[in-house]
Design a protein around this ligand. Sequence first.
Ligand code: ADP
Length: 627
Amino acid sequence: MQEKGTISIHTENIFPIIKKFLYSDTEIFLRELVSNAIDATQKIKRLASLGQYNGDLGDLRVEVAFDEEKKTITISDNGLGMTANEIKKYINQIAFSGATEFMEKFKEAKDANEIIGRFGLGFYSAFMVADRVEIETLSYQEGAEPAHWTCDGSTEFEISEGSLAERGTEITLHINSESEEFLSKNRLQEILDKYCRFLPVPIKFGTKTESVEDGVDEEGKSKYISVELDNIINDTNPIWTKAPAELKDEDYLAFYKELYPFSEDPLFWIHLNVDYPFNLTGVLYFPKLKKDFEIQRNKIKLFSRQVFITDEVKDIVPEFLMLLHGIIDSPDIPLNVSRSFLQADSNVKKINSYITKKVADKLAELFKSDRKAYEDKWTDIGLFVKYGMVSEDKFYDKAKDFVLLTNTAKENFTLTEYKDKVEGVQTDKDGQLVYIYTNDPSKQDSFIQSANRKGYDVLLMDSPIDTHFVSHLEQKLEKTSLKRVDADVADKLIKKDDAPETVLTADQIEKVKAIFDKSINRPAYKVEVESLHPEELPVTVTMDEFMRRMKDMAAMGGGMGFYGSMPDNYKVVVNGNHKLVSRILQDESEELQSQLAKQAFDLALLSQGLLTGADLTEFVNRSVNLI
Ligand code: ADP
């Protein structure tokens, strides 16, 4: 019996198109064929449990073997098998109605995954790497005959009697000349590790060679016999499929090491496990974050029923949770759709908020159960919590109770605790609370000391996320503004009614301003004479909070934008009440006046690390002269 027929796709030849467009992703043929094989074994198991199959299940398994000489790769399973009719129904009819539709959809698709999934082309991905594909199969159904199918990648196929004696399916790919890289143990092992490492049915992998003695069937045709199949290559029961109650810390840590062999131990983890209204399992780890968190992204792996799908979970997991490591497994995430569709998908949205809530709950629990331990981990957690608060409102609402503010004395406060602490001293004359922060305590040390002298507390905001976090806090907190410690002289950081009287007359102020303007003589530096406390520095260089923040934002955003293109503008505050200023006024020699003004100005720059190059050299020389 032999039958010839035509694959009904109502168009000439789709395979050259598939091959041509999908070349870069060819390795996924193995994922597709092994997944089909796994499905087949799981289907027979289900049929048995439903009483619809009463035969012996045997040890369900999948085998992947290759033969370098014959240039074949074989994927076999002892699953439910297919009858000839089922082959015609499932394999020969491709699920779309014509070339036009295919080409239309194809234009929107971003990669092979999408095309293959959208059209149910899993099996046909074999033709990306094979000139010819054969199926040998025997259905579990009583009285079923073995069937053999072969196709050379054109729309012509051939069905004939098959030779399998046992239930199951064996798919043989005759690898084409461009794809011979796949006839290598290392390459195949690599692909299996990537996609099949946690599949639920044991997979054996190895080489297949012809056996001379017993490798001949009744008709004298030689047969392939597996002689060297290595041990099972996959972990059929990875921890995320188990109940949390069965697992110990060691299990979670060991799994982490398995996924990320070179990483430090994680701080803690969350076991995800829901089945309604969507199905999701997984384990997410909080890594020890380094300051450069950009490079730590994209470490979450997405699985669907234990098949690895992708490392790109950008549209499934909320942006800020991309810093986490681990895996999530959900059959409810549509895998083969475009990005915008994915973001709009209601399951994805629910999954998104579920994960966010779980993470927030875990952090809240850690904070509550052991505050000391939580504070110890804050350097790592903090970055992440702040990132979450800035990017996700729902997360902010939960995190506002466990986010910590750290001051320069390394003390930690919750938002409420901090408000209580500084309210008395740091409320300005209009009732506005002013929080003061530093992003670089060593550079801004003189400012910090001045602020501390006034009884102000200074917060440490020196992580990359803090620029955003500061603006965000300001929007969220009522009647509160944040100022960097060098945004103004300490006396002016918080506007109060107690400004000290000035000892200078209006004339003298004009004269001081003129002397400094002339000696500094730089357009970016604007001189102002103010009446500060006499113990404050004679000259302070500051940059306006608003201006500086806009520039920081522009710099972080990569592009420079409007504010980015503005030159730096500084305010030079001369302390009219300082002894040095009176002395400059009393001095007769213009030359000396100018030298002293320059010296005071340079000292201000020096204390902020702004004095460099030729200016620094000039300062040193002038200092020597003055001494
Ligand atoms: P999909 O898996 O998305 O349905 P495929 O093209 O990969 O699309 O497979 C088409 C169908 O062929 C499967 O749904 C299944 O019914 C059948 N099939 C493929 N491989 C096997 C196999 N190893 N054993 C039994 N049936 C299979």
